[in-house]
Design a protein. Structure first.
Length: 210
């Protein structure tokens, strides 16, 4: 199965992608993770992306498409894949179509803006391994220390409330039109946010028939 996950930043795409990855035995291609690794390494594309991310803006299309093209050429994507965080604009989606990237379903997770702001405000991330925590629903066992690797757990600048609000404005303007784009192709399915991630997974499995 070849899936695209749509939804605002903080809608739970990454969490659901992890679950679907295990259920379907296909890789999750997270643009965010690839970009964060590049930013941490200080590569040219990482430094370029960092300026856009910290301003709450989208990374330019040409950077994203090149990253995805290389990743989907790897052998583990032969049976299918889950795209998390790409495409983010209609030009990206059109470019992916021209590249022959086939999609079976675009799944949109619907969450209200204020829920997103509250959710991301409590999110914390390990600087070393990238593990994600939440100060309310999933805090680290020791404050500021990663359960997995012992690295420092921080609040990313792009999770700060003012940045999240800027990201949501960008999402509604640039990314939300993708729902219509995929609906016109008969590929869109929507899932309303549920009280917990596990309950959202149940609804997603029902919608996808898995």
């Amino acid at each position: 199965m070849r899936l695209i996950l749509l939804g605002a930043p903080g809608a739970g795409k990454g969490t659901q992608a992890e679950v679907l990855c295990k259920l379907l035995d296909i890789p999750t291609i997270s643009t965010g993770n690839i970009l964060r690794a590049a930013m941490k390494a200080g590569t040219p594309v990482g430094l370029q992306a960092k300026a856009f991310v910290e301003a709450g803006q989208l990374v330019p299309d040409e950077v994203i498409i090149n990253i995805i093209k290389d990743r989907l050429a790897e052998p583990d994507c032969a049976k299918g894949y889950i795209l998390d965080g790409v495409p983010r604009t209609i030009p990206q989606a059109e470019a992916m179509e021209k590249m022959g990237i086939a999609i079976d379903c675009a799944l949109s997770i619907e969450v209200e803006d204020q829920v997103i702001v509250d959710r991301l405000g409590g999110r914390r991330v390990c600087k070393d391994c990238g593990a994600t925590f939440h100060m309310v629903s999933h805090p680290p066992k020791q404050e500021g220390v990663c359960d997995n690797c012992g690295g420092e757990v921080i609040c990313r600048k792009d999770d700060a409330p003012e940045t999240v609000k800027a990201r949501l404005v960008t999402y509604h303007r640039e990314t939300e039109p993708l729902k219509q784009f995929y609906a016109e192709r008969g590929l869109l399915k929507t899932v309303e946010n549920q009280p917990s991630a596990a309950e959202t997974t149940v609804v997603i499995r029902d919608v996808l028939g898995i």
